[in-house]
Design a protein around this ligand. Structure first.
Ligand code: HEC
Ligand code: HEC
Length: 317
């Protein structure tokens, strides 16, 4: 018996030490580092491309990166209470040390494709643009390099502190970069309405990311494979970090937008006003800069996605 207890004691001791060792490793070792690439990017100089880059950045990047000053010098993305630590989005202004002055154009592109920052570390699993066309990617970067007031140098730097949980998820590879292949990415022409709508809704404005079942189960490389594709229910944080479930925007006549008219859709997406006259939460970005060509293409595409009957509890009702 005594011998048994002794052996048990030794085994428990080993387990305790192993757990403490793993915990210390998670907490104190360096975050995993990945090779960085400087992709070839040719920045456009024509005014049409610059306007397109501005439109995408002001809609997509601004949502997470526009600070209180109005500049894209970063904002609180996730507070401590959410469980992943205190996470600040980066400073995208021209500043040489705090902002993108330290990035090469091709390093910004590589980060947007894979999530790998120029220091080799993962920029969380929050920001991936694997299917954005090469042309739109270059247009966004050209805008970030432009003399627009939002990207004028700001030295504001905040430090992200990942929680133990986030560190564990990154170190055990649950949060990881996307693979990169050098294949060219082309956007379909606007004249191919449904294909163009699909491109906008899945690769540029990420309607699919917010409107499928969950950020955790989304398939970023092949959005159609995301569970609950466009069925809604994904909790999205509003500016006060209140979670608002996204809605079913498949053509389901009751749960989705099957009975909506194109005008109603246009108003909801551009101005955030539902057909019943109620305002949508600002967790739903306003696509006020998008014109009829873009919104009508998204509408045409959404008519073709598989109908889901997902019921989403309406926020604020
Ligand atoms: C859903 C929110 C979200 C969106 C949308 C988003 N970002 Fe980010 N971005 C983040 C967060 C959060 C970080 C910081 C992650 C970290 O450092 O751990 C970040 C980091 C970055 C960095 C790295 C900065 C640094 O200091 O190394 C760059 C560059 C960047 N984003 C560019 C962009 C661009 C360009 C767009 C638009 C095409 C964009 N982001 C859209 C959330 C977002
Ligand atoms: C950052 C996450 C996010 C993105 C990106 C996003 N949405 Fe939403 N959307 C939401 C949330 C959350 C709601 C629910 C708001 C509420 O209940 O007040 C919503 C609501 C809607 C509604 C209203 C549906 C209803 O039944 O009232 C429509 C339509 C819609 N979104 C379309 C789109 C389209 C089209 C895109 C892409 C161009 C898009 N959304 C991108 C989060 C998002």
């Amino acid at each position: 018996m005594k011998k048994f207890l002794k052996i048990l004691g030794i085994i428990v001791g080993i387990i305790v030490l192993a757990v403490a060792g793993i915990a210390a490793w998670i907490n104190f070792s360096d975050m995993p580092s990945h090779p960085v690439q400087d992709l070839e990017v040719k920045l456009p100089i024509d005014s049409l491309s610059l306007a397109r880059g501005a439109k995408i950045a002001r809609t997509v990047c601004a949502y997470c990166h526009q600070g209180e000053s109005g500049k894209y010098d970063g904002k609180l993305f996730s507070p401590e209470s959410e469980g992943f630590g205190e996470i600040w989005s980066g400073n995208l202004t021209h500043h040489p040390t705090a902002g993108l002055g330290r990035y090469k154009d091709g390093e910004i592109a590589y980060l947007l494709r894979t999530g790998i920052k120029r220091n080799g570390k993962l920029a969380g699993p929050f920001m991936f643009f694997p299917n954005l066309s090469d042309e739109d990617m270059a247009a966004v970067i050209a805008y970030l390099r432009s003399d627009a007031p939002e990207v004028a140098a700001s030295d504001d730097v905040r430090t992200t502190r990942y929680s133990f949980l986030a560190k564990a998820l990154i170190k055990f590879g649950a949060f990881k970069p996307l693979p990169y292949d050098a294949k060219p990415r082309l956007a379909p022409p606007a004249s191919d309405q449904v294909a163009y709508g699909r491109y906008l809704a899945t690769a540029v404005y990420d309607c699919a990311g917010c409107h499928s079942a969950s950020f955790e189960t989304n398939n970023l490389m092949e959005p159609e494979k995301s569970p609950g594709f466009f069925g809604g229910g994904n909790p999205v944080a509003d500016p006060e970090f209140k979670l608002i479930p996204s809605r079913n925007i498949t053509p389901h006549p009751e749960q989705g937008i099957g009975k909506w008219t194109e005008e109603q859709f246009f108003k909801a997406v551009r101005s955030g006003i539902r057909p019943d006259g109620k305002a949508l939460s600002v967790a739903m970005p306003r696509f006020a800069l998008q014109d009829e060509v873009e919104i009508n293409a998204i509408w045409a595409y959404l008519k073709t996605v598989p109908v889901l009957a997902t019921t989403v509890a309406k926020a604020g009702k």
